[in-house]
Design a protein around this ligand. Structure first.
Ligand SMILES: [Zn+2]
Ligand SMILES: [Zn+2]
Length: 72
């Protein structure tokens, strides 16, 4: 069973906003422009919502968690 990608932003406003497949593995929200790429884990959406989220809480460097796990 394949789960249909949905827009995490428009779900909050409306009800389920199904994303439209673009044909190359990506799915785009026709309402806000959010793009999902389920097969690409490092893909970063450039829609206004995701850009605002990253500006507010930028991704933390990976080595942070590694340093914190070191117990002196
Ligand atoms: Zn949307
Ligand atoms: Zn987005």
């Amino acid at each position: 069973m394949v789960e249909e990608p949905r827009c995490p932003y428009c779900v909050l406003i409306d009800h389920f906003m199904l994303l439209s497949p673009t044909g190359d593995g990506r799915f785009v929200c026709m309402k806000c422009g959010h793009v999902a790429f389920p097969e690409n884990k490092i893909f970063q959406c450039l829609c206004s919502h995701c850009s605002a989220m990253r500006a507010f809480e930028p991704a933390k460097p990976r080595f942070w968690s590694a340093q914190k796990s070191v117990n002196w």
